[in-house]
Design a protein around this ligand. Sequence first.
Ligand code: G6P
Length: 612
Amino acid sequence: MCGIVGYIGTRNTTPIVIEGLKRLEYRGYDSAGLAIIDNNNQLSIYKQKGKIIELERALPEPEKCFSNIGIGHTRWATHGEPTVVNAHPHTSYCKKIALVHNGIIENYKPLKEKLISSGHIFVSETDSEVLAQLIGYFYEKTEDLVRAVKQALKLVQGTYGIAVICQDNPRQIVAARKGSPLILGIGDDEFFITSDVSAIIIHTKRVIYLHDDEVVDINPAGFIITNLENEVVEAKISKIDWDISAIEKGSYKHFMLKEIFEQPESIENAFRGRLNHKLSTIRLGGLNLSSQELRNINRIVIIACGTSWHSGLVGKYVIESLARIPVEVEYASEFRYRNPIVPTGTIVFVISQSGETADTLAALREAQARGAKVLGITNVVGSTIARETDGGVYIHAGSEIGVASTKAFTSQVTVLIQLGILLGRMNHLSPVYGKKFLQELKQIPAKVNEILKSNDYIKSIAETMVNSTNAIYLGRGINFPVALEGALKLKEISYIHAEGYPAAEMKHGPIALIDENMPVIAIALKDEIHEKIISNLQEVKARKGRIIVIASKGDEVIKDFSSEVIYIPETIDVLQPLLSVIPLQLLAYHIADLRGLDVDQPRNLAKSVTVE
Ligand code: G6P
């Protein structure tokens, strides 16, 4: 989604902002722009459709765009097509003020009409230009940028992260947030403003996460944060605890491949320090729940979107199986707009890698408004969801740059498995079983490593699927959500239509699609329902479908039903998704790469969807 990078200090802004915008490319965007105020106090705006490299090419020679202040933006189109005119920064009618904006101004139409009736002319179709013009309207009356920004924001409904500059004062950036992340980076005699710390981590690790309704007035010597009522807000400086290598590809061709290969470590990080071997249980202190409160949970609702929703579905199987507590898994976008039932004793978990997904955030607030305790499972420390929940668990997966989520999924599942063990031990699960789960969880990183050794073989299977137009993924029980996730991975990055189905459900419809051109990818591990899924595969085979099976190591019989078999090590049932998803991630990756597609930044998708 949209990204913001701003700089004020003593260095040349342009390369800093351009480099920062490149770090945000992973979030998904379709145009980019930059505004600077040069040494002659002239505001200059540069915008381009497409990649940041196009913007870079369009810039004049370096000496002509030297500046100590600037704001840049990557835009993911919502209101209006991805064109140069619609790209940010947008300017006020007086052309003195430039603004970059993340989020959506919901009441932009009436505001626009009012401005038009007072003589303003609009050039773009965007809601963001309305905000730029509104700030300009107030600025013309007082020539006080902070005041003008606040006056405008008081009239605005919707969400925003904004940065604003004005050519009358080349030593000031004003930035504000509501519902869209914004971070102030503190350097030596210089400051940064960004929507994502990845953009500024090479310059500083000292940051302030702005809260909703806060406005920061930045100059090269300092800053002041106030709220819309002009009260000064005390800021807390946080230290980023990871470094630049976490957001670089290293020797990998793509971030997605790097992240798939990081999973032995990221899974381990999700349980590191949390296994309580003495009591054969799990320690999750961040939940902020006493033992009694944990025992009192009689229903769990899990809310999420996309891949996080799939991990939630795995969580349902795990928690119901280990703790015997009923679990419902909801799409955040659905939960927020219906009339959900949240009785006493219900605990809500919101799962979000980014911690910023707009629908998940709105569902969180709705659940809290209905009196539920809401806990978060997130990756990004200090994210809005992490801050607004009543407690939760960080997955500690490290930065995930590839738009198609991989290591965040397995880390979320690792946390949900631990939650299942913890709640199980609070209820029916014996110490013997608790111990068994703990021991088996510890073995998972090594087993993932073993699967990663099949990378070349999986690539050879991918070669046979490059020209496929459709694929079906089948799984049963806890591997059904994994089938959904495998199909989603393929869709997202290869643009091949794929469906995930519970294997037995295939005969109620999708079986009509099966012929020799339809690859069927089935997860058929040695478990209680192994025989059942074999029957389902026979149904596919009888219709000449091409079957690629993820099977348990040592299962020779499965070869009779399949064209290809990818073997994975055995583990206990509830841990299987941590292994069975790995070949599916690799398969989708290689197919997309062989098709020559932009694996890390697939078309139309965004890493973190901060709009409804
Ligand atoms: C976007 C991403 C998906 C992700 C989903 C939920 O659609 O492209 O990969 O699963 O958002 O994101 P979250 O950050 O809330 O887990």
